[in-house]
Design a protein around this ligand. Structure first.
Ligand SMILES: [Zn+2]
Ligand SMILES: [Zn+2]
Length: 246
């Protein structure tokens, strides 16, 4: 049965160096439910180790957690990948780590904590997650699609680390499944600001790095069930699946 879901496909955890340590799985799930979100995607910078713990923390809480990632491409463009299985997220992670060099400087960039569903620290990720991979944008999109994921251009209305900011335009041939804007532009503003991109679907996400940000942006999707193919249909407006604009 078709139903509308409150979605935020861009939420970080304390694994991202720039996110606060309070963004651990349990706290994040609690805040997402308080904000009435139905579906979230965990998108840490170039990493994914906290995703299984967020999924565990959400069990029985009426919240669907999709495995995701915010990849930094070689052009320094942020790209979101959203999957409906941990195996597909792991496949992309393997590729990303092969193309990500460097060691994190905690004092400079922040701690990258792996925290379980009970709030216990499981370990520290020492890779330079804030860095750029050596993978060009087109190649990352191809990998995401190969692993049955959704490729979304992150915060295109921001100057830094966005496809518009870094490349200056979006080539029609780039196979994004959707374009994300921040709440500053909003879904209503996106169509007006980017009329030349109207053939893409827009979403709005919170890009939460702090608990207080969770719930500040919501995209409502009409889906029959929660899966990548259903979300892709919604982005294409097929068979009643759609993005609700409000
Ligand atoms: Zn970003
Ligand atoms: Zn982000």
């Amino acid at each position: 049965m078709l139903k509308s879901y409150n979605c935020d496909f861009h939420i970080h955890t304390c694994l991202s160096p720039c996110a606060e340590l309070d963004m651990h799985p349990q706290a994040l799930v609690k805040k997402a439910r308080e904000a009435n979100l139905d579906i979230i995607a965990v998108c840490d910078h170039n990493a994914s180790e906290n995703t299984p713990f967020v999924i565990k923390a959400a069990q029985g809480k009426n919240l669907s957690v999709l495995p995701g990632m915010e990849i930094t491409t070689s052009e320094e463009v942020h790209l979101l990948a959203v999957f409906d299985s941990l195996a597909n997220q792991a496949a992309l992670q393997c590729v990303v780590y092969k193309h990500l060099a460097g060691i994190n400087d905690e004092k400079r960039f922040g701690v990258q904590a792996i925290v379980n569903e009970a709030g216990e620290v499981e370990g520290i990720n020492n890779r330079l997650l804030i860095g750029a991979t050596s993978l060009p944008l087109i190649e990352v999109i191809n990998y995401i699609h190969k692993f049955q994921g959704i490729a979304i251009a992150a915060h295109i209305d921001r100057e830094s680390f966005s496809v518009m900011g870094q490349l200056g335009f979006i080539d029609e041939s780039i196979n994004f499944d959707a374009l994300e804007v921040t709440r500053v532009t909003g879904l209503g503003g996106a169509g007006k600001k980017y009329p030349e991109l109207s053939h893409y679907s827009f979403i709005v996400s919170s890009d939460s790095h702090f608990l207080k940000d969770v719930g500040t942006a919501v995209t409502r999707l009409v889906l029959d069930q929660i899966s990548v193919p259903e979300i892709k249909m919604a982005f294409k407006g097929e068979n009643g699946r759609r993005v609700l604009e409000d």
